[in-house]
Structures are given as C-alpha cells and as structure tokens.
Design a binder for this molecule. Structure first.
Ligand SMILES: [Zn+2]
Ligand SMILES: [Zn+2]
Ligand SMILES: [Zn+2]
Ligand SMILES: [Zn+2]
Length: 212
C-alpha cells in the first residue's frame, strides 16, 4: 500500500473534497450559507502543517478572537503534550507576534504567518489568511471549524502491507518505526523504546504526543 490522504468534509454542506479543491469550495459555501451584509467581519483562515499540507484546519474566526485563543485551539486539537512554549511569528522564525493581538490585526487576507509549538522538537504550522467575510453565524464560538482533514494513512515501514498504527520512538528518526500492529508486536529496540499511537495531528510521534 501507499501513503494517501482521504478526502475531507466541508462542515457547512457535508460534501467531501480533496485538499486542493477545498479552499475554493469553502469560500463559495460561506457566501451561500453564511454571508449577510448586516453580519460581522470574520476571517476565513487555513492552518496547516508546514511539512505536510494534508494536516489542516479551515477555520472561521470571530472579530474578538485573539492569537492566544487560536493558540489554545491548536494545543487542544493538535499539539499539547507537556505544556511547551509556543509562538506566532512572521517569516518562519522571524519577529514574534504578541499573543494578545486580535487575529484581525495580525492576519491580512492573502498573507501568511507562522507558528511554532515546542522549541525543542518543534511542530511548525503555517497560517494562511484566505479572506475577510461578512457573515452571520449562529455558532457563537470564537473559532468555528469549517473543515478538518481526515486522517492520512501511512503504510507500515517494515512490511509495507498494512496501515501503520504505532510509532517506535527509538527508530522513527531513521525513517523507520511507523509500524502496523503485527510488526509492532515483534519489534524490539532495547529498553528505551516505547510506542506512540499514530493520531490525526502533525505532532503524531513527537515528544509524548498521544492525541487529543
Ligand atoms: Zn460546503
Ligand atoms: Zn512534550
Ligand atoms: Zn507491518
Ligand atoms: Zn524501533
């Protein structure tokens, strides 16, 4: 088998799209379903792993949302393992943007900022601001999930035949160690070895991350 990323769902209409078609679709779906000239100005953004764009969130952010709110959201769904530091920055590791900033003062449609969680084993994310939209949403949450990627499927590094479900933390850095249940049961890397589950997050297999 080979690696593949399944289609993902637009939460506004429940239809499935590939990662490539999703942004264009969601833009028009927002216009159809939520647009209201008397509404508030929200931001439509895409957060994705810097190194694998198959991990993503499409989000609608209310005008009161701060970067700290977005940080908390990302930690909850994707990142939190042991309370590491994090930062929003311009130009990858450039100038840091204060967490107290409202998203609509930090994000500009068509532009991108970056985010890092954990300055040791860093998980890097890109945050693309797609557009500002005037909408009326019954969802009163600051952050509304428009779409989240379906979990990508990785083949087992050892047999190549089955889906990898566990990661050996000792040998994954050599491009091995993503294992199916069968190969994991016979795997022995010495006493420092432990397994982490394969989960739907760009932090899967990193530090002690074991899921939401
Ligand atoms: Zn839709
Ligand atoms: Zn950690
Ligand atoms: Zn296997
Ligand atoms: Zn191993």
């Amino acid at each position: 088998m080979e690696y593949f990323a399944p289609k993902s769902r637009c939460n506004l209409c429940n239809k499935e799209y590939t990662q490539r078609g999703l942004t264009k679709h969601i833009k028009s779906c927002i216009n159809k379903k939520l647009h209201d000239t008397k509404g508030d100005k929200y931001l439509y953004i895409v957060v994705q792993s810097s190194f694998n764009h198959d991990y993503f969130f499409h989000l609608l952010l209310s005008p009161t949302t701060t970067l700290r709110d977005l940080d908390a959201f990302l930690r909850k769904h994707w990142l939190e393992c042991c309370g590491h530091l994090s930062a929003f920055t311009f130009d990858r590791w450039g100038e840091e943007i204060p967490m107290s900033r409202k998203v609509n003062t930090a994000l500009v449609p068509g532009k991108m900022i970056d985010y890092q969680y954990d300055f040791g084993s860093t998980t890097e994310l890109e945050i693309k601001c797609i557009t500002e939209v005037t909408v009326n949403t019954r969802d009163r949450k600051k952050i509304m999930i428009l779409s989240r990627n379906e979990q990508p499927v990785f083949p087992c590094d050892e047999c190549g035949k089955h889906v990898a479900t566990r990661i050996c933390t000792a040998c994954q850095w050599e491009g091995e160690g993503w294992l199916c249940e069968k190969c994991a049961s016979g795997h022995d890397c010495g006493e420092d070895m432990y397994f982490l589950p394969v989960v739907n997050s760009p932090r899967t297999g990193v530090c002690a991350y074991d899921g939401e």
